[in-house]
Design a protein around this ligand. Structure first.
Ligand code: CAO
Length: 416
């Protein structure tokens, strides 16, 4: 089957992580994504955290696969003309510049709409339009703090903590991709494009909705029974940091396994799901707890949950995290080993499913990247290497009808 987004042309004015994650996803699914970059410089991530001198950094290669690169100085009159022509021929423009940058370049939404009424303009900003912080430039951790993730992550006796997961960046990009696909579908019906905007703060908050749930529960009853502060600690009037507690009403915690003294990741996540109580008791050799009224209900267990975790840790002390999960899975107990990046990189299942793929880059050679986490029965996205800076400039300009002489002149005048 041909790729579903084939025929959709996207002007990719994105940089760093939030925008590129969105357009990369659309490129995997068949869109022609033209990454527009400043001549001579390009996306800042090409040179950030380089591991090989002079070669595009993994930060860039892992967020820009399957795209074409066009260098274009959009602040020159000729650059603006080329961009104008490109807008007329394209379906979507995606950007994550600082607030107002696209307008300052001369490409307001009103102007773009005039040039191409079918155009979808999709933007990532730190805060939504009209927000009292709308003028701020925003990076990942700023968004995690502004979106409620940091105040609710970490341990009660420590400071607000950011997650390693890119809740502000890639997560916002995924939201934007959904917005773009929705706007494309709307255009199929109406023939009209529209502006799609996603803020990083909103996208983080969307993933923190259970914490907003908890704020309202706390306001009403004054405590949260699934948090480690209950019943022996105290609650203030704001949702506290819950450490490794499960957020969905099933008590859970990260528990030590054999070797934890020297291996910082010798742990499993263990969940005490209500219906799994009897199997848990059987698995850890505590059959006497099954019918003991002091343990039979979740409520009865609540005030001694950390003693129960302690007993499970005692059972785990002669088992590696993998051995423990192999035993517990037979009892249908939801659990997983705490996996390191090295273990994930070498995981055969993830390689087989295409979630971790090895791709080729013209200058770097082979490298690992994360492939599509979305699996389709009729399509397997092929993940390709990222483009070199300006690699497709001539090809794209030719495709737009510019002559060889015009292209040569653009190069000489550093327009491209
Ligand atoms: N030709 C000419 N000029 C170009 C260009 C091109 N091809 N591409 C970009 N530019 C110009 C822009 O027009 C802008 O110029 P002005 O500020 O003079 O109008 C300038 O480059 C820089 O844009 P910027 O504000 O986006 O860049 P920055 O490095 O100062 O800020 C960032 C980076 C990420 C903080 C900011 O872009 C931002 O807040 N973006 C929105 C939120 C976001 O996506 N953040 C996540 C990034 S991932 O962590």
């Amino acid at each position: 089957m041909s790729k579903p987004l084939e025929g959709i042309k996207i002007i990719d004015f994105t940089h760093v992580q939030a925008g590129p994650a969105c357009t990369q996803l659309l490129a995997w699914f068949g869109a022609d994504v033209i990454k527009v970059e400043r001549p001579g410089a390009g996306d800042v991530t090409r040179s950030q955290l380089r591991d090989i001198p002079g070669v595009d950094a993994l930060y860039f290669t892992m967020l820009n696969s399957n795209k074409r690169s066009l260098t274009l100085d959009t602040k020159t009159p000729e650059g603006k003309e080329i961009l104008t022509k490109l807008i007329k021929e394209s379906d979507v423009l995606v950007e994550n510049f600082g607030p107002g940058a696209l307008d300052r370049m001369g490409f307001t939404w009103e102007h773009i709409k005039e040039l191409n009424p079918g155009m979808i303009v999709a933007s990532v900003k730190g805060f939504s339009d009209g927000h009292h912080y709308e003028d701020l430039k925003v990076y990942e951790n700023v968004a995690q703090c502004a979106g409620g993730a940091a105040s609710t992550t970490g341990f009660d006796d420590g400071p607000p903590t950011v997650s390693a997961a890119a809740l502000g960046d890639s997560n916002t990009g995924m939201h934007l991709a959904i917005g773009i696909l929705t706007a494309l579908r709307a255009r199929d019906v109406s023939g009209k494009g529209q502006k799609v905007a996603v803020s990083m703060q909103d996208s983080v908050l969307n993933l923190c909705r259970v914490k907003l749930r908890d704020q309202q529960r706390l306001d009403r009853v004054g405590y949260l029974e699934e948090y480690p502060q209950y019943p022996h600690g105290t609650f203030s009037d704001v949702v506290p940091r819950g450490g490794n507690a499960g957020g969905g009403g099933q008590p859970g915690w990260v528990l030590k396994c054999k070797g934890w003294e020297t291996d910082p990741n010798a742990y499993i996540y263990f969940t005490i799901q209500g219906h799994a109580w009897a199997p848990i008791c059987r698995a850890i050799g505590k059959e006497e707890w099954i019918d003991d009224p002091a343990y039979t209900t979740a409520q009865a267990r609540q005030d001694k949950i950390f003693d129960i975790f302690g007993t499970i840790e005692d059972w785990l002390k002669d088992k590696t995290k993998f051995e423990a999960v192999d035993i517990l899975r037979k009892f249908d107990i939801p659990c997983a080993p705490v996996l390191t990046m090295k273990e994930l990189a070498n995981d055969e299942s993830l390689r087989a499913s295409g979630t971790i793929v090895e791709v080729d880059h013209k200058e770097r050679g082979k490298y690992l990247t994360v492939g599509s986490p979305i699996k389709f029965s009729d399509m397997k996205p092929e993940i390709k290497g990222s483009p070199l800076l300006g690699e497709h400039t001539d090809e794209i300009l030719e495709g737009m009808g510019y002559s060889q002489q015009q292209i040569k002149d653009f190069h000489e005048r550093r327009v491209v």
